[in-house]
Design a protein around this ligand. Structure first.
Ligand SMILES: [Zn+2]
Length: 500
């Protein structure tokens, strides 16, 4: 038998490698690939953060991160122990994306086109409860869908908004499947299940099941520009010049989410990821505790305690303050919390980023009650409207709780606000531009109930607060200082009642 000379064999091999390289490059949105970095102590982690490393998870002294070839070389030259690890998610994507199992009722990772069809079908099938809109397009032109589930979906009502977002990282698609199931669960069980009925009737539930459609359709962490969307929001850290609504350097997907959230800030909100098991609460960018640190712990526990999978979390009770796990800058969680007065947490649903579709039903069953319980945390606190006393017109104002710098903002179309709080007694003040602020003292909050309190503000100048306020962003601290404001006080008609 004739043998092929070695030189020709080698040349053929080289040609094949060269032919294959562009194929690989075309399928990825970034030259960053998964690596594991060993650190010797927490100081090593801080240095990685300062270098802008795209850290994905930290487990003991092992840091999972996405590195470009130059970042890899740089870390090696700095003395880090770094090794590439297989991209398990791209392998899973090739196996599972769009593949239905034998039983038609089994959950699976739908093709983007199938997902779009099902989302639009929600609004068609449940016109009294559901609206679907595109909040923008991805880099590759896919629609970013938002589903609103509520009674009277065409009317802005004085009720708290709850926002749920999934799959900022395209290779973490479990959240998309869960939010699609949740939407269907809410729509199908409204009118028969009292818990679902109360949630839908008394809240505006806003769901973006797929925030990164290009990444999802390609099995890629990044958007099609190679941007990590959960590091792309305005960054409140001191080394950033970002203001809460600055648009420079933002991906189209980030801008779409920002505009949609700013249009209707939520009382409580979350975004879903995979790669770990934990509920992560603010802040991510600093070890400083948030003004609502205790409240965040209780909200996170409402999720974790109702999700049996979280028992396997390495963190006590399945919750962790973000920066104590690892610091990130430009995340959605801190932006929504500081930028627009939301209370936003990040849920890591499973250690496996892209688990086999056979596990999706179990994941849905494990997380269904947790999602409902988390949404219900929006009921405990003080809710009401800020209105002009003379005209009754709704006002774009803000609500301050004495001793707490996290203000919430009233909804411009209805004047409605919802300030989620722990049970206790509070002094609350309402502000609006060109109006005299007003305070109510010793208002009680009871677990599971909304204390209703409307504020009717007189027109006039408030010498301590002549302007308006629209954010808790740290770089307007001087404006946000409510230490000793002049205000009128009254015994208003506040009472503890059912949700508005
Ligand atoms: Zn993620």
């Amino acid at each position: 038998m004739e043998t092929i000379p070695l030189k020709i064999k080698r040349d053929v091999l080289i040609v094949l490698i060269i032919l294959c390289l562009p194929c690989q490059a075309l399928s990825a949105f970034s030259d960053r690939t998964p690596h594991e970095i060993r650190i010797s102590a927490h100081g090593g982690l801080e240095r990685l953060v300062r270098l802008g490393t795209d850290i994905d998870r930290v487990s003991g002294l092992a840091v999972s991160a996405y590195l470009s070839p130059s970042e890899f070389k740089n870390l090696i030259s700095m003395g880090y122990s770094v090794r590439p690890v297989p991209d398990r998610e791209i392998t899973a994507y090739k196996l599972y994306y769009g593949r239905k199992s034998k039983a038609a009722t089994d959950l699976y990772y739908p093709l983007y086109s199938e997902l779009s069809d099902r989302i639009t079908q929600f609004a068609t099938s449940y016109p009294a409860l559901c609206r679907v809109e595109s909040i923008g397009q991805s880099v590759e032109g896919r629609e970013i869908w938002a589903v609103t589930v509520t009674g009277n979906p065409d009317t802005r009502e004085p009720e708290p908004a709850v926002t749920l977002i999934a799959t900022l990282h395209g290779n973490e698609p479990v959240g998309t499947v869960l939010l699609m199931e949740l939407t269907e669960h809410l729509l199908e069980n409204h009118g028969t299940d009292p818990r679902v009925t109360a949630l839908v009737n008394h809240h505006e539930i806003r769901i973006v099941p797929l925030a990164n459609p290009d990444g999802y359709a390609s099995g890629d962490r990044y958007n099609a520009q190679g941007t990590d969307l959960n590091r792309n929001f305005p960054d409140p850290s001191p080394n950033s010049a970002d203001y809460f609504d600055s648009i420079d350097g933002r991906a189209p997907e980030t801008l779409a989410l920002m505009a949609w959230i700013m249009d209707r800030p939520a009382a409580v909100s979350l975004n879903l990821h995979t790669g770990f098991l934990v509920v992560n609460y603010p802040y991510d960018f600093t070890l400083d505790t948030a003004p609502d640190d205790i409240l965040f712990q209780h909200m996170s526990l409402a999720y974790a305690a109702n999700c049996p999978d979280m028992a396997a979390s390495v963190y006590a009770n399945g919750i962790v303050r973000g920066a104590e796990w690892y610091v990130i800058e430009g995340g959605l969680q801190d932006w929504a919390t500081l930028g627009k007065g939301e209370l936003h947490v990040t849920v890591e649903l499973s250690n496996e980023k892209y688990p086999a579709p056979q596990t999706l039903s179990a994941l849905w069953n494990a997380n269904r009650d947790a999602l409902l319980a988390y949404m219900e945390t929006s009921d405990t606190g003080i809710g009401g409207r800020i209105l002009d006393r003379a005209s009754g017109e709704p006002l774009s104002g803000w609500i301050h709780i004495e001793g707490n710098s996290h203000d919430v903002f009233s909804e411009r179309q209805t004047g409605f606000f919802m300030r989620v709080l722990r049970p206790g007694t509070y002094t609350i003040t309402a502000y609006a531009e060109n109006h005299v602020s007003k305070s109510v003292r010793d208002l009680s909050v009871v677990q599971g109930e909304t204390t209703i309190c409307d504020f009717l503000l007189e027109k006039g100048s408030d010498p301590d607060h002549p302007g308006t306020k629209e954010t808790n962003w740290p770089r307007i601290e001087a404006v946000a200082d409510h230490s000793e404001p002049a205000r009128s006080e009254e015994d208003s008609g506040c009472f503890i009642g059912c949700v508005l």
